[in-house]
Design a protein around this ligand. Structure first.
Ligand code: NAD
Length: 483
């Protein structure tokens, strides 16, 4: 089947089209939105405990479907270990909200206003329908990471996953169906950009994860529809390795932080600045770590590095490498994109002799490549790290924690890992916002995450006494009248 109602989907390991994804038209998206909106008032009228109980059941349903979910995610992404971790991680994310949300969603006790005869009651009113658009690099987690807090608050949720990785959707729908009533308020619509635009037109709040280019368009549309939008976009995260860093420790952390998921994570370390006095031993240590990594090919259960998932990314990675070599860059290990079994596989790569004229230092590469540059002093390190349009996260390595924190405070990024790399992929309970083009809106992480999904409504209640602001009453006793 391949007609206007489906989109062909490429398998990243074989390069072949082996799946047809149904396309939701604008009318179909509107119909789903209408159904979800109709069910949302009852969902929001339930107690928080009831909603969380159902979300707990959803975690169990994901566990019950974990094998087929891992299979589908593996077919979507061409990698297995990360798919297993993704399914486990999703259950942990739900459980974290089960313990955090109750305390955060209780109504505050009424309090007296500064105006003495007024009592304030604060209420949280969920947006009826939260629309979520997600990318291909972690298809399951990035579809649900905003959906869970939105559902906990009382919103209905409509999700449009990436067209590059849609195979997990039918399996996840089965898990949703296992939980009584959950499918009334949680639905997936599949398709490409036009389906995403229809979702925005039907949403009351939008959470988008993806590229800066699409994020800008999503922001414009949300402004047209006049709904709030939270954008989690790309990055070009820098690492700063100071002269007093533990070289072996930094090399291991950065090999992981730049190569995990074959570099296809938003908070992947994509630039490394190293004090010139330790440049040679650091590059040797890093290259040894990176050279030991293997492609998960032909055996998917072996190695650490999967294929490039999205076809559109393959020419980007090749262009960045070719341009860097043309301008004088050298690969210490790796250095090429290989064709293996029909898929495209980036060799785990460490580059030197790089500079800020190169796309590989300026633009998001999204591959298993770490370019390394020396710096001469702290000032230069900070300047180079901040010389970017992005501001997602960063990391600093130094045995002197105060020094590392001093540098971290000068970095224009939302989360700074100290003596570790890319920690935001694991630590979801620290609030952070993106700087520069890496995003816009509230924090996805930490407890403020919930605030994105409700409006605060205040009841301002007169306690029965006359207000000092009122006009003098014509009928009140003369003693009460100002004259
Ligand atoms: P993308 O921007 O190409 O697509 C993201 C989603 O937007 C997809 O579902 C796509 O179908 C949809 N879309 C495309 N056009 C649209 C439109 N006009 N209106 C509405 N939706 C539209 O991004 P991608 O290539 O799928 O993902 C990779 C990017 O995501 C990288 O830049 C990466 O850094 C970023 N990312 C960011 C985070 C984060 O938390 N900051 C996490 C993961 C990935």
């Amino acid at each position: 089947m391949n007609d206007a109602s489906t989109l062909p989907t490429r398998n990243p390991r074989t390069g072949e089209v082996d799946y047809q994804m149904p396309i939701f038209t604008a009318e179909a998206v509107a119909a789903v939105a209408k159904r979800l909106r109709a069910a949302q008032p009852a969902w929001s009228a339930q107690s928080v405990a009831h909603r969380l109980d159902l979300l707990g059941q959803f975690a169990q349903a994901i566990a019950a479907e974990s094998e087929p979910l891992v299979e589908a995610l593996t077919a979507d992404t061409g990698r297995r270990i990360e798919s297993v971790l993704e399914v486990q991680g999703m259950q942990n994310t739900i459980r974290r909200w089960l313990s955090d949300a109750p305390g955060l969603l209780v109504d505050e006790a009424p309090r007296r206003a500064n105006t003495p005869n007024v009592i304030i009651e604060q209420h949280k009113r969920p947006y009826p329908l939260a629309g979520i658009i997600s990318p291909w690099n972690f298809p399951l987690i990035l579809s649900l990471i905003d959906a869970i807090p939105a559902l906990a608050v009382g919103c209905a949720v409509m999700i449009k996953p990436s067209e590059a990785t849609p195979r997990f959707v039918p399996v996840l729908r089965r898990a949703i169906e296992r939980v009584p009533g959950l499918s009334d308020v949680l639905a997936f619509v599949t398709g490409a950009g036009p389906t995403g635009e229809a979702l925005i037109r039907n949403s009351d709040v939008v959470c988008f994860t993806g590229s800066v280019r699409t994020g800008r368009r999503v922001g414009q549309l949300a402004a047209e529809v006049f709904v709030p939008v939270h954008l989690e976009l790309g990055g070009k995260d820098p690492a700063i390795v100071c002269a007093d860093a533990d070289i072996a420790h930094a090399a291991r952390a950065l090999a992981w932080g730049s190569m995990v998921n074959a570099g296809q994570t938003c908070m992947s370390i994509e630039r490394c600045y190293v004090d010139r006095s330790i440049f040679e031993p650091f590059v040797a240590a890093l290259s040894a770590e990176v050279a030991a990594l293997r492609h998960s090919f032909p055996d998917i259960a072996s190695g650490q590095i999967g294929p490039i998932i999205a076809e559109v990314q393959i020419p980007v990675v090749k262009r960045h490498l070719e341009e860097a070599y043309a301008k004088g860059a050298r690969a210490i290990t790796g250095g090429k994109v290989l064709g293996l079994g029909g898929g495209a596989w980036c060799e785990p790569t460490v580059l030197v002799d790089v500079n800020h004229d190169m796309a590989i230092i300026r633009e998001e590469t999204f591959a298993a490549i770490l370019p390394v540059m020396p710096f001469d002093n702290e000032e230069e390190a900070v300047r180079l790290a901040n010389a970017t349009d992005f501001g997602l996260s960063a990391c600093v390595f130094s045995r002197d924690i105060e020094r590392a924190k001093r540098i971290a405070a000068r970095l224009e990024a939302g989360a700074i890992s100290i003596n570790d790399a890319a920690l935001t992929s694991m630590v979801h309970d620290a609030a952070k916002q993106s700087f520069k083009y890496s995003g816009l809106g509230g924090s996805r992480m930490g407890t403020p995450s919930l605030q994105r999904f409700y409006r605060q409504q205040a009841f301002l209640i007169n306690d029965g006494s006359a207000s000092p602001w009122w006009f003098a009453s014509a009928t009140a006793p003369a003693t009460n009248r100002k004259s």
